[in-house]
Design a protein around this ligand. Structure first.
Ligand SMILES: [Zn+2]
Ligand SMILES: [Zn+2]
Ligand SMILES: [Zn+2]
Length: 262
């Protein structure tokens, strides 16, 4: 797929749903039964594209469908935010990319997240994995150590999510933060001067591990990005069309398939 020419960065929002996705299996609420395509939210993920490079952020349970929908035919790496299943459980689905590239997939993750992968996918990391098992090339990342992928500098931004640490990522004037509840002062400074911020916002109520609407809007007011998109959305947020009318200028709900060009 060529969705980008020159040095521009294109962000494709692959998924915007919280861990159950929207609709939720068995739920008959207005949001889960909505016909609006913007109320169909696969699990939270994004694709960054520049030159001939595609890098995914997270690999959740909807990864295969997301790759098909966005017509991704090569993938050079995956940045992992944290170890929760809605962000990692699609690992087995990297196999087509292993076949295409004839190489292991570069997976950028902290040492703590790598150890979770090794436990959850022990068959992948066996000394003698079966032929056809996914092949992974871990690349260690950590807070305060910028990484370079194919000419782009990526700045990890650590946020707190309940009792675990999660990495967000800044690339130029774009930043992607998911599963945050709290961001320390030093990390907030990495998010100054943005054109576009994507930030998780679960719904309107208090939650121990996720920002709610008021908290996300406070953060956006503080950081003043030119544009902010909310992601990792619960069915309790309400319908996309209703909630959109209540948000301040420059703030929108993200939706699956949204593309942003920078
Ligand atoms: Zn999540
Ligand atoms: Zn529902
Ligand atoms: Zn999480």
């Amino acid at each position: 797929m060529t969705i980008n020419s020159g040095n521009n960065l294109t962000i494709t929002i692959l998924g915007t749903g919280t861990s159950h996705g929207v609709p939720i299996v068995g739920c008959k609420c207005d949001v889960c039964t909505s016909d609006d395509i913007k109320d169909k939210r696969t699990r939270t993920s994004a694709l960054l594209s520049w030159d001939e490079t595609n890098i995914a952020i997270d690999i959740g349970p909807d990864f295969r469908q997301q790759m098909l929908r966005a017509q991704v035919d090569h993938l050079e790496g995956i940045l992992i935010t944290h170890e929760h299943n809605d962000h990692v459980i699609g690992l087995d689905e990297i196999r087509p990319f292993n076949f295409i590239s004839k190489a292991p997939m570069n997976i950028y993750a902290t040492l703590a997240v790598q150890s979770e992968f090794r436990q959850r996918f022990s068959y992948v990391f066996d000394n003698d994995p079966y032929p056809g098992a996914p092949r992974v090339n871990f690349k260690s990342i950590q807070k305060d150590q910028n990484i370079f992928i194919r000419g782009r500098e990526i700045i990890p931004v650590e946020v707190t999510h309940g009792n675990i640490a999660v990495l967000g990522f800044r690339i130029g004037k774009f930043a992607y933060i998911t599963d945050a509840k709290f961001i320390a002062h030093e990390e907030l400074r990495k998010l100054e001067g943005l054109d576009v911020l994507i930030i998780n916002t679960l719904h309107h109520h208090e939650h121990f591990a996720h920002l709610n609407v008021n908290e996300a809007l406070e953060l956006i007011t503080l950081l003043r990005p030119q544009k902010a998109y909310l992601t990792h959305i619960s069915h309790k947020m309400g319908k996309h069309s209703d909630v959109s009318k209540t948000l301040p200028d420059g703030v929108e709900l993200a939706y699956d398939g949204l593309q942003i060009n920078l």
